[in-house]
Design a protein around this ligand. Sequence first.
Ligand code: SF4
Length: 316
Amino acid sequence: MVYNLHMERIIFGPVPSRRFGKSLGINNVPYPKKCTYSCVYCQIGRTFDFRIEREEFYKPEEIEKQVDEVIESLNDKRIDYISFVPDGEPTLDINLGKSIDRLKKFGIKIAVITNSSLIWRKDVRDDLKKADTVSLKIDAVSEDIWKKIDRPHKDLNLNKILEGIRIFSSEFKGELFTETLFIKSINDREEEIEKIGEFLKEVKPSIAYIGYPTRPPAEKWVEIPEERKIDFAYIVFKDKKINVKVMEKKEEKFGYTGDLTKDILSIVSVHPMSRKEIEQFINENKGDVKIIGSLIERNEIEEVEYKSEKYYRRKF
Ligand code: SF4
């Protein structure tokens, strides 16, 4: 197995994904998290490395080689998607398009899950167009609300982003998803929901996912909206002829590649695991649950409590 400088895997999983089934994740932006946003609900914590310039992190041939090795090492080789879903924003990687080109040889659908913040750039849109499926984050269409929920880099401009989304949706031939997470008292006002719905009507995604955080958020004060707000958003979007789906939390099954410690670290760096999930993962793969305590002691992971449940995430 190949690791980057911080001994993290570039490839993780397969992990279960609410939208992409059994998904082999590509962490194409190295640890620690580099992002254009610092969303209040981010499940990997606050952004300390804020940036909007694209750069090279890994060589596309290195990513291809690692995907090849991971697929080879899997007992169950059935994978629904190869997904770019890194510690941070995948379009910060200047080699994104080149990496997608190389991964096509595996004959598995490729998805990119982006926060949309750099989509005003033509080179970013061109890279995203190479994927089979692109998921765009659209949490708000009003500047003040966008700033409160996604806490963008100071040089980003919401109108440019929304225009970039419009252009992309008119040009992209693949499957376009959108994702809107609602947070209580931030973007769940009826007026904003209506405005987001109007914008989504223009974008015409195949599926507009709506949801709320199901894992520990970056900020402790973040609360999920009342159920009636999610219902309201669902009805408003439906009424606008948008194919809307609510993202539900479900039991999840993680992939094992032969090294339990490294598997846990690579999964929790992008996808915090609950106590039940992590124990189940260790037991299924004949490990010792003491591994959790030793990873905490070594400061590699941290325990956080969310809705009376313990979760484990990578410690940055
Ligand atoms: S949720 Fe995504 S876009 Fe927001 S800060 Fe976290 S990694 Fe960045």
